[in-house]
Design a protein around this ligand. Sequence first.
Ligand code: HEM
Length: 409
Amino acid sequence: MTQAPGSECPFKGLSSYPIPRDPACPFEPPATITRLRHEHPVSKVRLWDGNEVWLLTRMSDVRAMLGDDRFSSQSVHEHFPTWSAAIKAQKTTNTSFLRKDKPEHSYERKLWQAFFAPANIAALRPEIQGLVDHAIDQMIAAGKPVDLCRTLALAVPTGVISKLLGIPESDMPFIQNVGTTRTGINSTPQAVQKSLTDLHAYWMKRIQERLTNPGDDLISKLITEEVKTGHTTAENLASMSILVLLAGFGTTADMIAMSTLVLLQNPQTLAKLKADASRTPAILDEILRYTSIAQHGLARVALEDIEIGGQLIRAGEGVVANLASANRDEEFFSNPDRFDDERESRFHVAFGSGSHVCIGAPLARAELQIVIDTLFRRLPDLRLAVPMDAVKYRLEHLFFGVDELLVEW
Ligand code: HEM
């Protein structure tokens, strides 16, 4: 017997999870989630494979859980929450630091931390600006209407990450395909395994090349300092590089498209941004809060009995922190369902929280800001080429977003 998403389980009264957003109001978290936050902020839900896990919907509980190292990020735990068979298939193969706990997590994350430090990102800005200008030139040359997702939203973060990691642009379509297969809720486990195995083999080849012929890039530095000294293996460096690579472009591309769309829906906000570019970062943070694209939330497993929000969570039980719900928590943000460009939003959890908080957030923020400011400066009359209600949203995918955004100017 299949159960409609979000409906009450006839046997145990549990909601099934994840719950897709309502196509009639795609920017709102599903009504069931809001109801749970009000009535049962820490509640059990049932996942696609029968795994019953705790769902946290309040900001205070989400932050408490993500900030507590007694909750593990390792997906090998039996009750680690997953959203589909394809994602479950990565339980044992995903050996990157995203799925590790301290001390390994802290050690490996630190290897990349300097790379994403604000000073380093500031130095990258001229390069990002060049990529943005080039993508907008291409958009204009293509002629209107044009799909903003393909020409701009995906092109910029793909260009940035390929430059940072020293990957030829010509290899990026292959990498984009792996990214789409990996996060697609309908991808088969076999397809996911194959695409990740192919990417690992590709990356091992690149590491071997640099072992004999090092360059002045970050990967060559990590090979010299970590692999050659025996602190880490080439396999592990490949896993870390794949994490940074795959985490880096799809999410940012989705946020570029979402930010454009939300601004076109809110002409007064757009006018403020055009009049004063110093407001862009704060407006983008409100868009990050409001859209919360990591829509199903973050998964963990309790390593011991822990109380969260007055509820005892037993060792071994799975827990999901629903970021989108936390970002709409009325105890934290007043009038949270309103998009408010005057709001102080930067304490949202769209980038997660705690020791695994997004390491790429400074880069994502820089890319978003440069893209949005440049786009509306160069094409001030930019508008949708289709009616707003004809835009199709990804409602069930791991990341909320759009696959196509036709625009003209
Ligand atoms: C707007 C775009 C982005 C969003 C919404 C986003 C969201 C997130 C979230 C929610 C997490 C936490 C995962 C967890 O705790 O389980 C995370 C972690 C991570 N993100 Fe991002 N991200 C974005 C952009 C980027 C970029 C540009 C990069 C790198 C180029 C990146 C690299 C990573 C990495 C490596 C982690 C794992 C950190 C760790 O486990 O310590 N992300 N991201």
